[in-house]
Design a protein around this ligand. Sequence first.
Ligand code: CTP
Length: 397
Amino acid sequence: MLSDKKIVLGVCGGIAAYKCADLVSRLVKEGAKVKVVMTKSAQEFITPLTFQTLSNNRVITDLFAEPQNWEVEHISLAQWADCLVIAPATANVIGKLAAGIADDMLTTVVAATKAKVIIAPAMNTNMYNNRIVRKNIDYLIDMGYLFISPAEGRLACGDEGLGRLEEPGNIVEFIKRVFDKGEDLKGKTVLVTAGPTREIIDPVRFITNGSSGKMGYAVAEAAVEQGAKVILVSGPTTLTPPQGVELVKVTSAREMYEKVMEYFPLCDIVIKAAAVSDYRPVNVSSQKIKKTHDNLEIKLERNPDILYELGKLKTKQILVGFAAESTNIFEYAKEKLEKKNLDLIVANDITRDETGFSSDTNAGFIMDRDFSMENIPKMSKHQMADVILEKVKQLIK
Ligand code: CTP
């Protein structure tokens, strides 16, 4: 339910604007208080009266209209909102938001709000795939805006493809999930490690692995969303760090070890998603190694097992490890859980495409200290991050 949640719905000028009548009606039925802001072009598609009747509130259309109460309306609306939803979001409005333009009621409210902003785009497929539009969307995601991807189907212009406004029922479910996350981890400090490590051989070569860092970054983002203070110790990745984390960049396993040890005493929860290199070259050449006719042998020595060391030191902390395996997943996960003194271990099969290092999805199981297991079906790494944090919260309780 969305009982008493205050939602500002920004309707833009797209043919899907009519679907927002259904959206408002559903939100009101869920118990939400809805105030609708319409852009000038939205009013060409649907009248304010429709939304006024459905929301039981005056519809705001003009930045310079005489306010009903003597307050600055875009600021009061921005403060009133628990959440702002923009649907259908046009390429124009997405572009304005990405550029920081605030020239009408909707864009000024977005600029002034501290509430979560959820954007549901709808437009022609080619417009949606336009590189500038995609770049703007990526940028807004990096800035912490949430996006509801459009659905595929027949578009009003006659084209088939991606671009239809997501169904109002699904938009409502998305909004509910955003509110459900709550602030359960408020006051907690979470240390997340992510990505691969890099062990230098010479100025141009190194040993690494295929970890993308996506799982760890998703966990860090989910923990921030739930109110935690998050320290993300990350090996080299191409990912943009989630908003609100304290990012600590490292390269080698030893650097990761040092940083993790430094922050560990401050932490309540440690989630070690990084794929740490177990070995490093004994000798690092300061010059590029030249080839010869002979075979080359590189002698490797052991890196510290960071998680094992944390397991020995742990006092109040909850320790979560990962087991990325290609065989005997259950046995190895159990062994790692015991040996490293973990509270939870998340195990997955890295040989499968949809659960591999660079995939956006994952699947596997999560095992606790009693070796009881919860199966995790295939889901996005973001959803999996929520599942892991849910388990951690149960342990804290
Ligand atoms: N880990 C760590 N330090 C290492 C190696 C692993 O902290 N030097 C952590 C990983 O971040 C992960 C867990 O230990 O949470 C298991 O890592 P994994 O690579 O699956 O296993 P290993 O312990 O390295 O064992 P093996 O390589 O033999 O499977």
